[in-house]
Design a protein around this ligand. Sequence first.
Ligand SMILES: Cc1cc2nc3c(=O)[nH]c(=O)nc-3n(C[C@H](O)[C@H](O)[C@H](O)COP(=O)(O)OP(=O)(O)OC[C@H]3O[C@@H](n4cnc5c(N)ncnc54)[C@H](O)[C@@H]3O)c2cc1C
Length: 394
Amino acid sequence: MIPLPEGPVPATADAVIVGGGINGLAIAYELARRGMKRLVVLERDYLGSGSTGRCGGGIRQQWTTAENIRLAQESVAAFEHLAGELGLQTFFRQGGYLMVTEDESHLDSLRKAVALQNSCQVPSRYLEPRECLDIVPQLDISRLKGATFCQKDGTAYPFSVVWGYAKAATRRGVRIFIRTRLLEVRHDGDRITGVLTDRGEISTPLLINCAGPWSRSLAAMVGVQLPNRQERHEIMVSESCKPFLDPMVISISDGIYFSQSMRGEIVGGIGDPDEPHWDRPAQFDTRSQLRFAVRFARALTAYWPPARKLRLMRQWAGMYDVTPDHRPILGGVPGLEGYQMACGYSGHGFMLAPMAASRLAKQITGGGPDAIIDSLSLARFSRGDIEADAFVVG
Ligand SMILES: Cc1cc2nc3c(=O)[nH]c(=O)nc-3n(C[C@H](O)[C@H](O)[C@H](O)COP(=O)(O)OP(=O)(O)OC[C@H]3O[C@@H](n4cnc5c(N)ncnc54)[C@H](O)[C@@H]3O)c2cc1C
């Protein structure tokens, strides 16, 4: 049981963190670990009710930009001991990530990405299609042109990680208010002074926006315009079958990803180029569609024929919070004191959160400048200093 407070919110706090997903809870925990007191997390629904509880739990280091590789690499190192640190089983499992393509034109980028990853000490390697059979013997390789593999990549169970962070944060005095919505932000010119919630008002000098797909509207409350757009992504889980799939398989040619959970279910999704983008939370549509189930089933059985015998158990949808370069936005905004954010994670906020949170918390508590946070600041878009990550899947 995680002891969550009931009743009104406190009148004052040293920081208010909006969002009870992995980012908000990890940042709250990291700030508390570094000695910050009187921390409040606001979650308008239940913990993990946003993107985090709807995600695939995939954790990979095979990226094409140095910042994403670094954050993912450090996060993998964190996931390796997170269960012990937080005091809750996270079901982290390093079955690897097999990244395949059916498109010849991707091969050069895959090789270059492996070279960059290896230069950062990520142990990924390039594979010819037939070598994929050593990793997934039943994979249909007839259309594959090439692949990369990293054994250190893996998966964790999103709700356990969320509950682990929440439990560890509350042990360090963080007060997490669920079913508590931030309604307004108080600011005095260029300085945050407080927030109004549906359980009362809190005076605070520091607001941290970890509202996932809602971060854009929260930022707009303080006059910060984010370039993020929100996309619906669907995902499904099958009935359980005997364990025969170790890694997460993802295709950069058609955007499918699938893995097998510890309970034997196949969990996966596929991006849909025809999904509309939403600009306002009121428009978010997380209903399930038959179109997704059909597209996913076709793609899955083409890559992995044993899936033909499986029955779909359930499907659901969540939102990606997507920036123009598919990399997160971290840190503050010049000219607005007391405002910080960790958002815009696209389809990889679960895997990057532990170290993004740790680095951001270190900076907030006076740890000095952080090169990764600086390069992922909102200002990069106005500077035109953007480098898109090429391998975005889902
Ligand atoms: C189908 C799908 C599959 C995915 N698969 C992966 C994957 O395999 N690996 C990976 O790394 N990432 C994956 N992602 C992306 C990942 O889920 C997100 O990047 C990550 O969970 C973002 O976490 P967060 O804490 O920033 O946001 P969220 O989890 O969305 O949390 C934000 C929270 O803020 C709360 N909130 C919003 N507004 C307010 C308010 N006004 N007051 C109070 N609370 C508020 C919301 O209720 C929500 O709980 C996937 C996403 C989807 C949708």
